[in-house]
Design a protein around this ligand. Structure first.
Ligand code: ADP
Ligand code: ZN
Length: 721
């Protein structure tokens, strides 16, 4: 017997299987999808069995060990991995790697095992055991079994370890080992479903009709329109028919609040996100494999959850960037969902208040079914949005908080209501410059200004992570001339404490939430009104539901408009709508104040009027004129090298290659310097391809990729948008 093994090697150009012989004693353990340990050169490596053969021409080495009792990759997943490779042009082993939790990847040194616990089991009826017990301490142990025939051994040992020993010896009790799961969800009181509004009812019915199909639905509803209630109801139908639900949410909104809402209705839930330890993830994954979960709630990679009978796939906040993986394999979870939806005959529901233009365009062309929800389910009005011209305010020396926002904050705080402030910049100051000689701290690897973090007195590069301690004097001219420019969340926090000395202020950004559980703690505390003002980066804009928040202030609405990305308008609109949606979610009507240097910008007007459709039309026009998605597909190729000359030279060669092989209708732009030209001492050039249909594209890119795999100096990075 022989097996073909996909060996896990970092090197992309050995992405192929190798044949090994299976020694007699391991033959009945062999199954496709299990991991094995095999000799490779002078090392022992792990790999996945992809095929079993009876004979082989090759002079094969023996496999050393079979690592799994059950396959880690089932048939569907083996196939999905191949699709993923084809979609992203990544190596097959990196694709399987992306699909599996760390503990199940074919990678040595990951040692995560099942967590076993010793249990005691009663070998007879409770009454007989009581009679057999010889003394009081034995009786006390037996009494623990009144409710349950199985208890933790630890628990009985606390009563009397020696009595337990005797009872075991006399076969009144027996000891068994069982697996326990590391992650446990809090028990939550179950809640009845809400009575649907007319609008919810018809949306729900429409999607329910498609439960046995592979249709894609766009559930387009403003924040608070009751989308989540509809998901819950659909999931209940799916579970009742013996199937399972896969719910994807952006990492950032996978809050205890959301999980709590699901546990109010359901019990058999598995959760997959980056906040879990490797052990917890491993357990949740295996819970799913064993069919012990009806619902999986997770971030992007949960799209690979090994559910066997999917009945519905839900993407909450479908417009979120987090569904696209930014490193290899660069996949979008929706593409994987569509494959799985086809396999399982289950619909996909895309829920959002601000769908991506791509999704909306498909819905308008009836590729997706359009299901709108126009009003808030609980009858609450949308918040009123005020736009403040910061040029005026700056003249009046109000550079951080405008007069209007400051007044409103005072008013709300006096009424004991809560305020959210969004500032999408972490750190203290974004630039430190010497007013004497003009020196500016810059990253030596990336050539951008370093951000000052006051709490650690460090200067940090937000691209590569480079850090440096700040000195008191200018490192160039040695004068005490350092000045701090630009506003980050840390500086804002200081400022608020100065202006509102009695308000309780809490900050939420990546720096204040590094410890496990810190994020959840802030949400819980703010929800319990232990703080009056929550300030933070976009982390605070998504999915949170605080009933006492009546004012949302957005401090630098412009910043994301100026990012050189064709989606910057879309991203800004989305961020501002999401953030606004946090205001006035209960009895008191909400208000939103947006500070900007472009008060007349069309995007801001659309936000102010809660008008997605106007935004959609306006932005589609721009995209059409500039030949961007959804009118054209987009691929970017990054050409990277430590050597400027090589990067520049090779990028011109890549361009020539593309020009020669692609259709004439495809547009090839560049090479140009990438928006982050120098990153971690590596130079980046960029070529963009815009195309509608190009028969030769995939093949050409594959060829290019292969050409550069073996190039030691220059590498390519291909990204399908
Ligand atoms: P979305 O997911 O669209 O933001 P949710 O489902 O979270 O909306 O609903 C917003 C709020 O309205 C929640 O507090 C929810 O409990 C409430 N809600 C939803 N549907 C109803 C309904 N039919 N009747 C009363 N309240 C509802
Ligand atoms: Zn850097």
């Amino acid at each position: 017997m022989y097996v073909e093994v996909l060996v896990e090697i970092q090197n992309k150009h050995v992405d192929r299987t190798f044949t090994y012989r299976v020694p007699e004693n391991l033959q009945n353990e062999i199954q496709i999808g299990k991991r094995v340990l095999v000799p490779f050169g002078s090392q022992m490596l792990e790999g996945y069995i992809l095929n079993v053969l009876e004979t082989s021409e090759v002079d094969a080495k023996d496999i050393f060990e079979v690592l799994d009792e059950e396959p880690v990759l089932n048939e569907e997943m083996l196939e999905l991995g191949k699709c993923l490779k084809n979609l992203t042009l990544s190596s097959l082993s990196s694709c399987y790697g992306a699909m599996l939790p760390k503990a199940l990847k074919a990678k040595k040194k990951v040692q995560i095992k099942k967590k076993m616990e010793s249990y005691l089991k009663l070998c007879m009826s409770f009454e007989s055991a009581r009679e057999e017990a010889q003394n009081d301490s034995q009786k006390k142990v037996i009494d623990l079994f009144q409710e349950d025939h199985l208890i933790f051994k630890k628990k009985a040992n606390q009563v009397s370890a020696s009595a337990v020993k005797t009872l075991l010896k006399n076969h009144i009790l027996e000891e068994i080992e069982e697996e326990v799961y590391r992650y446990t969800m809090k028990e939550v009181a179950k809640k009845e479903k809400k009575v649907f509004t007319k609008e919810q009812e018809s949306a729900y019915k429409k999607i329910k009709e498609g439960l046995e199909t592979s249709k894609v639905y766009l559930l387009h509803g403003v924040t608070g329109s009751g989308k989540t209630e509809i998901y819950l109801e659909l999931i209940e139908d799916v579970i009742r028919s013996g199937k399972q639900a896969l719910v994807l949410v952006p990492e950032i909104s996978l809050t205890p609040q959301l999980v709590h809402r699901f546990s109010e209705r359901f019990t058999r839930i598995a959760v997959l996100h980056s906040g879990l330890s490797d052990g917890e993830r491993y357990d949740e994954w295996r819970k799913i494999l064993k069919g012990e979960a009806d619902i999986v709630i997770g971030a992007r990679s949960a799209i690979f959850a090994p559910l066997s009978n999917i009945g519905i796939i839900i993407f909450d906040e479908e417009h979120s960037d987090s569904y696209k993986q930014e490193n290899n394999p660069k996949y979008h979870a929706l593409d994987i969902a569509k494959i799985r939806s086809g396999t399982h005959h289950s619909p996909i529901v895309l829920g959002s208040a601000t769908p991506t233009l791509d999704t909306m365009a498909r819905a308008m062309k009836h590729v997706y079914e359009y299901v709108p929800l126009l009003t808030r389910a609980n009858g609450k009005l949308m918040p009123t949005v005020t736009i403040i011209d910061m040029e005026e305010e700056t003249k009046a020396r109000h550079t951080i908080l405008s007069r209007e926002l400051e007044c409103k904050m005072i008013e709300k705080l006096n009424k004991n209501e809560q305020v959210l402030l969004l500032l999408n910049r972490r750190g203290h100051s974004t630039t430190i410059t010497c007013s004497n000689c003009g020196f500016t701290y810059r990253c030596p690897n990336c050539d951008i200004a370093l951000t000052y973090h006051k709490s650690s007195n460090q200067l940090r590069c937000h691209y590569c992570g480079y850090t440096k301690f700040k000195s008191d004097v200018c490192p160039e001219c040695k004068e005490e001339g350092l000045s701090y420019y630009g506003l980050g969340t840390e500086k804002l926090e200081d400022y608020l404490e100065e202006v509102f000395p009695r308000a309780r202020v809490i900050r939420m950004d990546r720096d204040s939430t590094t410890k496990k559980g810190a994020y959840e703690q802030i949400i819980e505390d703010f929800g319990a009104h232990k703080y009056d003002i929550l300030l933070g980066t976009q982390m605070i804009s998504k999915g949170l539901d605080f009933e006492h928040v009546t004012l949302v202030g957005i401090l630098n609405a412009d910043q994301s408009l100026n990012i050189p990305d064709y989606r910057s308008n879309e991203k800004t609109f989305d961020l501002l709508c999401q953030a606004s949606g946090r205001s006035g979610r209960s009895e008191t009507p909400g208000e939103v104040i947006i500070q900007t240097f472009y008060p007349d910008h069309y995007i801001l007007k659309c936000v102010q009027n809660h008008n997605y459709l106007d935004f959609y039309k306006y932005e589609m026009n721009i995209r059409k004129t500039l030949k961007y998605p959804p009118f054209y597909y987009l691929v970017t190729i990054l050409i990277k090298s430590k050597n400027y000359e090589s990067a520049s030279r090779e990028s011109r060669k890549v361009k020539d290659y593309l020009t020669k092989h692609l259709e004439k209708t495809s547009i090839i732009l560049g090479p140009a310097t990438a928006s982050q030209f120098l990153l971690n001492k590596i130079y980046h050039f960029e070529i963009t391809i815009k195309y509608k249909f190009d028969e030769h594209l995939k093949e050409t890119l594959k060829e290019l990729d292969e050409i550069y795999l073996t190039n030691k100096e220059v590498s390519l990075d291909i990204d399908f948008h």
